[in-house]
Design a protein around this ligand. Sequence first.
Ligand code: DLL
Length: 431
Amino acid sequence: MYLDEKIETMSRNELNTLQFDRLKKALNAASQTRYYNKFFSDKKIDVSKIKTLEHIKDLPFTTKHDLRLSYPDGMVAVPASDIVRIHASSGTTGKSTVIYYTQKDIDHWANQIARAMYATGTRKEDVFQNMMGYGLFTGGLGLHYGAEKLGCTVIPSATGNSLRQIQLLQDFNTTVIHITPSYALHLVEVIKENGINPHDLSLKKAYFGAEPYSQATTEKLENLWGIDAYNSYGLSEMNGPGVAMDCIHKKGMHVVEDSYIVEIINPNTGEQLPDGEEGELVITHINREAMPIIRYRTRDLTRIIPEPCECGRTHRRIERIKGRSDDMIIVGGVNVFPSQIESVLMNIPEIGNNYVIIIDRENGLDRMHIQVELYSKLFQGDIKALKRLNKDIVEKLRAIIVINPRVEFMEPGSLPASEGKAKRVIDNRII
Ligand code: DLL
């Protein structure tokens, strides 16, 4: 049931002791780096004053901006010769952020992923097709090493080239895939277009991650593919995937608490919030030699689920990510999260697998326009029925997001398909 029972089921007290011990080591290592050395002294932080785990809240946050300022190696805590790998975040604006790993860091990362995959029932007999980008992005190599550690047969198929993906799925009887939810929505359509019933494949489960998606999308994907879907969360700054993953019960993602200290804060004030309350996730990496990162503001919004999980693992869970605090769109003064829109759309059976939200400013007023693909058979339906459906969707959206969007129906396959992280929001306003 557990790959590492001792670690996965240790008592809260033992876990706290382990975390504190590792936090001290991470702080000492961080203090030796060029960036944190100056950062802590500018902020008059004396790390020796951190005497309990709770004192973590007295430490300053590290942000993406700090990572950029420390580019390329200001936060590296080991000699350059000990580095065996780097990854980098996609970084759409400014410099990308670079993450360094020693061999021990890579081994820890692989172990934590192997543990998480095992917790969902994946075993050495499984054939694992990894449809995530390989290269500087962490999604590919991250799960790759974890799955090899478990002894699975790994197919490093990477993203795109859907016909070849399908051939691999069929010829090697793939049982487990790792894929972004947006690419999974697209690929399942290509499978059907090629006359294959996805339910006839050998697939049993999928790990979905790397981008926000709703519970409604999970259910839709489970039905379309005929599989069990497991949520997988991570970010490059904290190694990549494997920070938190669903277990077999799929009721929240267990954080690997022997490697990460998680906190939830009020994103506006920075104040720590109690377990159970929703806010921004802050993570400290306490198990990485090459690059300790202290109180990293992820911008991801979630909450800690304090209740114990049926699986017996003591590491606390986080809820599905609701969105990013910087993803929130303000339309005509109203705060809207793309995830709210997605939840509504994916619960409507007539809606297909792709959509895009476009924001414009017309005569000084903000307008939201949502293009949604419909299933093709509906395009043969009568105009009146389509109008009714459109009105119905607008009403359902208005009930949730308070504003009145314009909804435009599109033919299936007409919107740009995603092979990695989808771009769902196009904001044309010049602010
Ligand atoms: O996306 C690492 C990853 C790869 C995670 C594969 C899971 C699977 P970054 O490119 O640095 O790293 O992007 C990290 O993606 O802060 C979240 O906003 C978002 N994200 C990742 N996983 C999830 C998820 C990888 N399961 C950023 N649900 C994070 C919601 C997610 N958002």
